[in-house]
Design a protein around this ligand. Structure first.
Ligand code: SPQ
Length: 732
């Protein structure tokens, strides 16, 4: 709570801060300050109830303030600071709202000798086309970003106060250093404003201006919207940030020259690649933006019911990743059908776009990849962000280790906590140079070692398709043979798909051999439905009396069908029909009819073949009569969450006797499942597993933190509802 807030400059931003602070009950009293020529505005602010009072004398205005916010144009900052200097108090917190931060810090240093430790530089990313206090709105900052650029010696109590104040106004507060801030905003805000002003200026001065504006369509209006902004304010901002803005204008000039040349030469391919990249990058930016805005998703499941009907779940995640990777490295154009349009696979797709591959789609699961050949990838301009996807990060680390450029792989919080030594250690034996954090986690800093990688023989200590695939991809760039022996069979999509792309791979028992002597020839890929997604409904129909469903076109590669084998051992009634081979992968329709389940000891050899299905298999075990025991599955502890602990916690909360062990779980099934609120810890498979538990629960189940269902199965909710699950979700 601020006792007295002084706002210097009560315009759109200053006025909106005052309105929002008043509405949120953050201030007792708000005083506005302005110069004498601002009197009319200050009177309006008081009449509108935006401020309690105003003052034309700065000393009186700041006298009793415990917080002072400078909300003037950035060009006025030196003048204001000079006037404030003799009035400065260590008991007061000072902050600003300037769109550039370097010049504010520079002005502070000039006026005070050093930046005072109770000044917190801040920038709210919010505005409106209209200016002035009349346009001020209490919700202007709601869900908008507020960036703070503190210095090393900034007082933490003052910092905390400003952070809490802005959070109270509804803003999403983050921090960065001032130079970084100015560079980012030069690119994303100042340059676009300059472009909009220049374009309208250029067209407006042409003779035929009336014609142009008469026929201007929505595109012109959209592009030039920001040219309606306050010219004086933007003059100030651009001049304050000219150090960052000028190099960007130079770069843009080069890019425009390039485009001009492409047009002169009628180079349609290059133009298409440029436009396509831009369109896709924008779409991804919008998705990320929406992702930031809708931070959480909660599932509410009503108890009971049954599953009935026919459904086709989306494409296989593992194969979707690999189709993009191998299609990009191929010579020629690869067409993919059934591609999984979910965040994980899209992260891989974006990574390859960032390395110069032109990829069209996805549209209704169809993707066209214009392969660049085995040696055609280009250095990414930025870090490759892989979101939640372990497969993308581990497979890419192998592929990128032997490239002629450096790269950095990053991911979200969950991915940044997952072990990467399992790939970086054997890659180091091959000559790779990959730095991880001290804990062996991402970010991965990869120094490309083109022509210097050596083939090795590697006995995998854990059964992991990701490790195997990573080393195979590295082996495609290494001298000599790379051979990998797995302790137990793991999914073999990489081997099968490489064969589909005509790349030589030898399989001898549990060892796979690969070398650099080969090239990939583009082919068509038909991705079957993901058995890991189908698994939720295989279990749902098996535990809910009266259920009868058919899941069409499901991939039944024997390295993935552990879930069917385990459910059948428990007594499930699953019929496999219409078996066929599509693009080198076996596919079938699965018919499931309810049948009472019994507890079993899950055979350890089935663990790698059902590794992703255990969250929902634990739900099956909770509904099965008697004890189910899983062992040899310690890998579950290092997935998107610790799937043993998180499932045990949730099941116990629902009243199930579920005891976690270091490498598995013991579940006494058959007792009623209760209701309650469980947390998925951002793990898609946990969220979906607990939704399915609702079919046998006696009370509603609420599942928190479900947004990541979009990483593997965005259609889960609609298909579950279509088959009969009583599920609603709430996004916020
Ligand atoms: O890609 P990610 O995040 O690792 O996804 C998971 C999943 O549940 O979707 C695991 F958390 O699947 C892995 C799977 O567990 C996908 C995968 C692959 O495509 O090669 C292999 C398995 O991982 P691992 O570590 O056993 O190789």
């Amino acid at each position: 709570m601020v006792r007295q807030l002084c706002i210097i400059g009560v315009g759109l931003i200053g006025g909106s801060i005052a309105r929002a602070a008043r509405q949120a009950g953050l201030c007792q009293r708000i005083i506005g300050y302005g110069r004498p020529d601002d009197l009319h505005n200050l009177k309006s602010a008081k009449a509108l109830g935006v401020i309690d009072d105003y003052c034309l004398d700065l000393a009186t205005a700041v006298q009793d303030a415990d917080m002072v916010i400078i909300a003037t144009p950035v060009g006025a900052i030196t003048h204001i600071l000079t006037a404030l200097r003799p009035l400065w108090s260590a008991q007061t917190v000072y902050t600003d709202v300037g769109s550039t931060k370097g010049n504010v810090i520079q002005a502070l240093a000039t006026v005070f000798g050093d930046v005072p430790d109770n000044f917190i530089p801040a920038h709210p990313i919010a505005g409106a086309e209209r200016s002035g206090v009349e346009a001020a709105k209490a919700d202007l900052f709601h869900n908008k970003r507020l960036i703070i650029t503190p210095l090393a010696h900034t007082r933490t109590d003052c910092l905390g106060q400003v952070q809490a104040f802005w959070r109270g106004l509804g803003a999403l507060v983050s921090s960065m250093d001032a130079q970084h801030h100015d560079r980012v905003f030069a690119a994303t805000s100042h340059l676009p404003h300059v472009l909009a002003f220049v374009l309208v200026d250029m067209l407006g001065h042409r003779d035929e201006q009336e014609e142009i504006f008469k026929y201007a369509a929505g595109g012109f209006k959209d592009f030039t919207r920001i040219a309606s902004s306050d010219p004086a304010m933007w003059l100030d901002i651009c001049s304050a940030n000219q150090k960052e803005l000028v190099p960007l204008l130079d770069k843009l000039q080069c890019e425009l020259d390039n485009i001009r040349q492409m047009l002169v030469e009628d180079d349609r391919q290059k133009l298409f690649a440029t436009f396509m990249y831009a369109r896709n990058a924008r779409q991804r930016f919008l998705q990320q933006f929406e992702g930031i805005m809708s931070k959480s998703s909660t599932f509410y499941v009503q108890p009971g019911g049954q599953l009935k009907g026919i459904a086709r779940v989306p494409g296989d995640k593992s194969m979707s990743h690999r189709s993009i990777m191998l299609g990009s490295l191929a010579e020629g154009t690869t067409h993919v059908k059934g591609f999984l349009e979910a965040e994980d696979a899209l992260a891989t797709l974006q990574a390859f776009r960032d390395m110069g591959v032109v990829i069209e789609g996805p549209v209704n699961g169809e993707v066209t990849i214009h392969g660049v050949g085995k040696h055609g990838l280009q250095a990414p301009k930025n870090d490759l962000y892989l979101g939640n996807s372990g497969t993308s990060m581990r497979l890419l680390s192998g592929l990128l280790a032997g490239q002629p450029f450096n790269s950095v792989l990053t991911g979200d919080k969950s991915l940044s906590g997952r072990p990467m030594k399992r790939v970086t250690d054997p890659l180091a034996h091959m000559g790779a140079d990959i730095k991880t954090t001290e804990n062996g986690t991402a970010p991965l800093y990869i120094t490309g070692k083109a022509g210097q990688m050596q083939g090795i023989h590697y006995e995998m200590p854990i059964a992991s398709a990701q490790v195997k695939s990573c080393l195979m991809l590295a082996g495609m760039y290494a001298q000599g043979e790379t051979s990998i022996t797995e302790p137990a069979p793991t999914r073999d999509h990489t081997e099968r798909m490489l064969a589909g792309f005509s790349y030589p791979v030898k399989k001898e028992g549990s060892t796979v051999n690969i070398n650099a002597d080969g090239k990939l020839l583009a082919c068509d890929i038909d991705v079957p439905s993901d058995i890991s997604s189908a698994a939720f409904f295989l279990v749902g129909a098996s535990i809910a009396p009266g259920s009868d469903i058919t899941l069409q076109h499901v991939g039944i590669n024997p390295t993935r069908t552990g879930v069917i084998d385990i459910l059948r051992l428990m007594g499930a009634n699953i019929t496999v029909s219409n078996e066929r081979v599509v693009g080198g992968e076996p596919v079938a329709d699965l018919h499931v009819v309810y049948s009472p389940l019994k507890g079993i000891d899950i055979p350890e050899e089935l663990v790698p073949l059902a590794i992703d299905e255990f969250p929902v298999l634990f739900v099956a075990a909770a509904c099965a009569e008697g004890q189910t025991r899983l062992s040899g599955a310690e890998e579950l502890r290092v997935k998107e969450s610790d799937r043993i602990q998180v499932m045990a916690d949730g099941l116990q909360l629902l009243g199930v006797d579920a005891q976690p062990t270091p490498d598995g779980m013991v579940i006494q099934g058959g007792n009623p499942i209760g209701g309650g609120t469980v947390v998925s810890h951002g793990d898609h498979r946990i969220a979906m597993a607990f939704s399915i538990a609702g079919l046998r629960a006696h009370a509603p189940i609420t599942i928190l933190d479900c947004a990541n269902v979009n990483t593997s199965f965005p259609e889960f909710k609609s298909i579950a509802i279509h088959l009969g699950l009583d599920l609603v979700s709430e996004e916020s």
